[in-house]
Design a protein around this ligand. Sequence first.
Ligand code: URA
Length: 448
Amino acid sequence: MNTQPASAPSTGFRAIDVIRKKRDGHELSRSEIEFFIRGYTKSEIPDYQASAWLMAAVLRGLTRAETAALTAAMLHSGEVLDLSEFPGKKVDKHSTGGVGDKTSLVLAPVVAAGGLLVPMISGRGLGHTGGTLDKLESIPGFRVNLTVSEFSDVLRQSGCAMIGQTAEIAPADRKLYALRDVTGTVESPHLICASIMSKKLAEGIDSLLLDVKTGSGAFMKREEDARFLAELMVETGEQMGKKVVALITDMDQPLGSLVGNALEVMEVLDVLRGKGPEDLRTLCLELAGWMFHLGGVSVTVEQGRELAAKIIASGKAMKKFGEMIALQGGDRGVVDDPKRLPHAKYKLEVTSARGGYVTSVDCEALGTANVILGGGREKKEDSIDPAVGLALHKKVGDQVGEGDPLCTIHYNDTTRAARARQLIGQSYRVADSPPAKVRALIREIIKS
Ligand code: URA
């Protein structure tokens, strides 16, 4: 952690004044925002001042102009990749974060196997949600911290590469993201927009598909807030000359049946094998369909969806995933033998106290249970336990008998498992009748 407060002789700004101005609800100028982001990226502004500013931004909000300035300052904190040497369209997808949301790991190989280039810069777990990088790192040896030239080499050889923000690409987001994770400053549409769009615009892509989550496990719990965030990101991307489409999708319950880093990689392998839970498979095909459409490979989204299903059935997507794993230093053997992924030592069942139907789950609580087990971070310095997580046996609408298992906890630490068990037990609602309506997986499409 940095310890020296900022001084900014060249600009005349002081971090304390920028914090106070935002705290008091005033609009910051572009140069004040640039000063703050540059100072924090260079460690001239310490974590404690950045945390205070982030909290002020969450509570007071940012204007459209401030959001645009923040996105640009974060984007230009590092390099913007020039992928013009690669022929063909470059397309990517990003989710605003959910529980059990592992679609990126399916989409990158499927879409690359279909002929598009997928240069993906992803994030780690954030708050109660999981992160693509933590999931990938559960594959023994997998490196997410490639240099720009290594990233280009992997792209050249396999058509897809998945890395994190680095000291070279989107370094401001790398630092702010880790700080927001542990300071309760994730839930702001403006900060989420700047975080996502700064790293995605640094990728040198032509088009971007956004999966904006809504529901009890999303950062935007209400659909109208998800729509606001989707519109903000589509507008920001379009201003920067990119084709951007956002799908608003359900996060009222975890996606798929497995939550936790290695467990989610196992479920990804199931989907790439043509199996896997229905909701996860349906969403992956829909997102892939849109990516093919945006990249000009298919005329319609429906044709794109069919192409994605064919690519999975042919085994090409699984082959591509294995190729990318090997190129990024990982154990390609996990593709044929998922037992090579880390496994937790112990398992514990959470059972239903009564018979009936599952009418709802508190999806955020399930994500928090995974964090408590060690699948996410409670402090910046925490390391991840890749093996822990949850296997869900019942989802919303399912019938359940008294004493039936709702969920199995995979754990390595008994005290943590006890805390997680309590949270999980409280998060399931079981009633005599099924829920009136299970909410649709795909709610809305936002385009400019
Ligand atoms: N994903 C990101 O990359 N950033 C956020 O702030 C939220 C989700």
